[in-house]
Design a protein around this ligand. Structure first.
Ligand SMILES: Nc1nc2c(ncn2[C@@H]2O[C@H](COP(=O)(O)OP(=O)(O)OP(=O)(O)O)[C@@H](O)[C@H]2O)c(=O)[nH]1
Ligand SMILES: [Mg+2]
Length: 408
């Protein structure tokens, strides 16, 4: 019996010793084999990654998750900006493509009712009488065709009536219409957008007295050109008031153009020069430069415009149009203003290349086109038929005369 107890005690002791030994072994496990320990627990001082980690994201795996975040953030923002810009450009292009241009007939109701109304009286008479000639002359002069053009038109028609080539009032009006169209035919009304080096933009300057519609016209021209696939930058050369640059900025947004602005009261030439340089650097094809119709300084407006013209030609751009904007509602007054700009043209070069006749929609004086072309020797290239972005059309003599003369 005793020996059984002794065996049991021995078994318990052996088991207990085994457990102790096993536990000792487990407790010793963290002490990993020396080969692995140094690389994880005792790196060389220079390679200690922790403090250096935020500054140099690439080298360690510990930094890897943090590294892409800052790198990705700007990249995503850039992509979003680009995408937004492309979407905006797409929207603007779609809007520009949908612009409906008005017809001369639909917008020239004032000029039409004044002129065609007078012709109705002539057409209603039997035969061509002294009264016919009086009425015709009055209609032409009232519409501001100008004395010289009126005389030339009437003397040509009188000769044909005298020669019995024309005998009826209807024939007389047909002949008048044909004569008017032929006087306007043959002028070069193309806007000059010359091909050239990518860093040499075309520059179109817009000049004219205040309120004639220069800034509005730039907005409309920008829409026309952008619609035709031409890249446009506007230069806010009217520094007379801050609102002028604001107004131009709105037009730039609507037509998808870039814009360069200066400070109120700043040097207009400098702003336009900067605009041309920016366009040159970015490969933009066309710079539309706004100018003031009046100035802060005592400088004469014509002197200032000559300077603008000179400076604009100094950089990489090529001044291919200098467009005089005229308000059609001002009639002879507008013509007098136009002469002043024309004189500046003759002396040393504002260098006018054409006319934009604005507000023809609100004018009974549309016939002044003849006086402009005959007396100033400048082609009317564009016509403003309203205040919105699509209300600018190339001048078409046929449609214009048709809208003025057709009786219906
Ligand atoms: N009805 C009509 N109004 C026009 C036309 N073109 C411009 N206007 C209006 O004429 C006014 C003057 O236009 P602006 O473009 O500011 O004229 P501006 O020559 O730049 O004037 P300043 O900057 O003061 O020299 C605005 O109210 C335009 O909406 C047009 O063809 N028809
Ligand atoms: Mg303006």
């Amino acid at each position: 019996m005793d020996s059984i107890y002794l065996v049991l005690i021995a078994v318990v002791l052996v088991f207990g010793f085994g457990v102790v030994l096993w536990n000792r072994r487990r407790a010793g496990q963290p002490q990993l084999p020396p080969a692995q320990a140094p690389s994880l627990r005792t790196p060389p001082p220079k390679a200690v990654p922790k403090p250096a980690a935020p500054a140099s994201p690439a080298p360690t795996t510990a930094d890897a998750p943090a590294a892409p975040a800052p790198a990705d953030a700007p990249a995503d923002a850039g992509e979003t900006d680009e995408a937004d810009k492309a979407a905006d450009e797409g929207e603007v292009a779609a809007e520009l493509a949908e612009i409906q241009r008005p017809s001369f007939r639909s917008r020239m109701s004032k000029a039409r009712s004044a002129f065609a109304g007078a012709l109705l009286g002539i057409a209603g008479r039997t035969g061509i009488t002294a009264e016919t000639w009086d009425d015709l002359e009055e209609a032409l002069l009232r519409a501001d065709v100008g004395v010289r053009v009126s005389d030339e038109l009437l003397s040509g028609l009188r000769a044909r009536v005298k020669a019995k080539e024309i005998t009826e009032p209807g024939q007389l009006l047909d002949a008048l219409r044909a004569e008017m169209v032929s006087r306007l035919a043959g002028a070069d009304r193309e806007l000059r957008l010359e091909p050239g080096a990518a860093d040499s933009p075309n520059v179109w300057l817009f000049v004219g007295v205040n309120g004639v519609g220069k800034t509005t016209t730039i907005g409309k021209v920008s829409a026309l050109q952008a619609g035709a696939g031409v890249s446009v930058l506007m230069a806010a050369g009217d520094t007379f008031r801050a609102a002028a640059a604001e107004q131009l900025t709105t037009w730039a947004e609507r037509s998808g153009a870039e814009i360069v602005r200066g400070n109120e009261g700043g040097d207009p030439s400098a702003v336009i020069f900067d605009g041309i340089e920016r366009a040159s650097a970015r490969g933009i094809q066309l710079v539309l430069a706004d100018t003031a119709g009046r100035l802060h300084t005592k400088t004469n407006l014509m002197d200032e415009l000559r300077k603008v013209r000179r400076v604009a030609a100094k950089g990489k751009g090529r001044v291919t149009e200098v467009l005089l904007v005229i308000d059609a509602t001002t009639g002879q007054n507008g013509l007098t203003q136009a002469r002043e700009f024309g004189d500046a043209n003759m002396t040393d070069g504002v260098g006018l290349t054409g006319v934009v006749l604005n507000k023809l929609d609100g004018s009974a004086k549309g016939v002044m086109v003849f006086a402009i072309e005959t007396e100033l020797g400048l082609p009317v290239k564009l016509v403003g038929l309203g205040e919105t972005i699509g209300d600018l059309v190339p001048f078409d003599p046929d449609e214009f005369v048709d809208a003025l003369v057709t009786l219906d």
